[in-house]
Design a protein around this ligand. Structure first.
Ligand SMILES: NC(=O)c1ccc[n+]([C@@H]2O[C@H](COP(=O)([O-])OP(=O)(O)OC[C@H]3O[C@@H](n4cnc5c(N)ncnc54)[C@H](OP(=O)(O)O)[C@@H]3O)[C@@H](O)[C@H]2O)c1
Length: 330
């Protein structure tokens, strides 16, 4: 047995792993299952960065996972896919970033969650530099909703100048960004929202608004090239009727989509469904839209990390305008 004499002359130290605060849950359920807990800080794996989270958006998928487990199954887990923060450490092979860089991005969906914490690890290529025009709260609100809207409208539907785009739930997280992305692509944009939110959505560039509570959008919207559907069910099936021949509906709700393709074929239109993917090229496009003044994000409320349950409860009302954000380092 060898003895380390220098260790004997110093105070004994416990090898302590650095810890952090994270919002965890051990069971599925109501918002009160969320607990701020002290857990081990992540280390960067190969190709990963660790980000000191300054702000992290809260999205419907967070409360769906909290309640139902969805793709993640049984807890314990930490939710949160949106990140804005400062690079704390880089893993082997990462040349794109260094500690101190301000970044924002979306962690791999669905299995890379963990942003509702003081630190999170993710692939370097999920991130891009944070535009100076955004503070961390705004940047933390954007990634998941803007990538969803970008991938739906640009990658899948390939929106072109002059096309007519119908954005359902245009005042929501995805919708209010989708309106701006469609406008930036040169489209004519029609949105649905309750009347009190029409001025807000028009202010983002919408050309026409439909009050879904008092008007039937099928009667109001005609010859549509692209429908963005964040609502599903009957609204999704009926949305096929407003498309011009060859037009496309992109639904971001895969559940229940099985009924849609056959009806689309009957009507001579197309339909697709998608789940958002982490996407550095998409994030770069979003950052460019922000920097050129064509995209802004509306943060309706912020919460400290410890109040994640309040943010979930508010989000679950389904009435949020724009985004809710956890401010982890205010
Ligand atoms: N596939 C994917 O990868 C993906 C990605 C992101 C989101 N999603 C899903 O897409 C859905 C929307 O997400 P989100 O973040 O935009 O939600 P959100 O921000 O919670 O949406 C809230 C908005 O929806 C509006 N709304 C509710 N019912 C409406 C209706 N019948 N017609 C028009 N507007 C209506 C509300 O406006 P009023 O108050 O005026 O009703 C509110 O402003 C969620 O189910 C989410 O899980 C999927």
């Amino acid at each position: 047995m060898t003895t380390n004499t220098s260790a004997q002359t110093t105070q004994p130290t416990q090898p302590t792993q650095p810890t952090m605060k994270a919002v965890r849950q051990d069971v599925l359920g109501e918002p009160d299952v969320l607990r701020e807990t002290e857990i081990a800080r992540p280390q960067p794996g190969v190709g990963q960065i660790v980000v000191a989270v300054h702000a992290a958006g809260v999205n419907p998928t967070d409360w769906k996972h909290r309640r139902f487990g969805a793709f993640l199954g049984e807890p314990p887990f930490t939710l949160g896919w949106d990140v804005s923060g400062v690079v704390e450490a880089v893993g082997l092979g990462v040349a794109l970033f260094q500690p101190g860089d301000e970044v924002f991005g979306m962690l791999p969906y669905p299995y890379g969650a963990g942003a509702h914490a003081e630190y999170v690890a993710g692939p370097a290529r999920a991130f891009v530099p944070k535009p100076a025009a955004l503070d961390h709260t705004e940047a933390g609100a954007l990634p998941l909703v803007s990538l969803t809207a970008w991938q739906a409208l640009v990658d899948v539907a390939r929106v072109r100048p002059g096309q007519r785009v119908l954005v359902h739930a245009a005042a929501g997280g995805v919708g209010h960004v989708a309106v701006q992305i469609a406008k930036a692509r040169g489209a004519y944009v029609i949105g649905t929202a309750s009347a009190a939110k029409h001025d807000f959505v028009r202010g983002l560039g919408a050309d026409e608004m439909i009050d879904y509570r008092t008007q039937d959008f099928v009667a109001e919207a005609r010859d549509i090239d692209v429908v963005l559907d964040p609502l599903g069910d009957e609204i999704r099936l009926r949305s096929l009727e407003v498309l011009r021949p060859g037009g496309i509906l992109v639904s971001i709700l895969p559940n229940g989509f099985e009924d849609v393709p056959a009806r689309a074929r009957e009507l001579g239109v197309r339909a697709a469904t998608m789940l958002v993917e982490h996407d550095q090229a998409g994030m770069a496009a979003i950052a460019e839209l922000v920097e050129s003044g064509r995209l802004r994000v509306h943060v309706s409320e912020t919460y400290p990390l410890a109040d994640a349950a309040k943010a979930h409860a508010e989000g679950e009302t389904g009435r949020v305008t724009g985004k809710l954000v956890l401010t982890v380092r205010p």
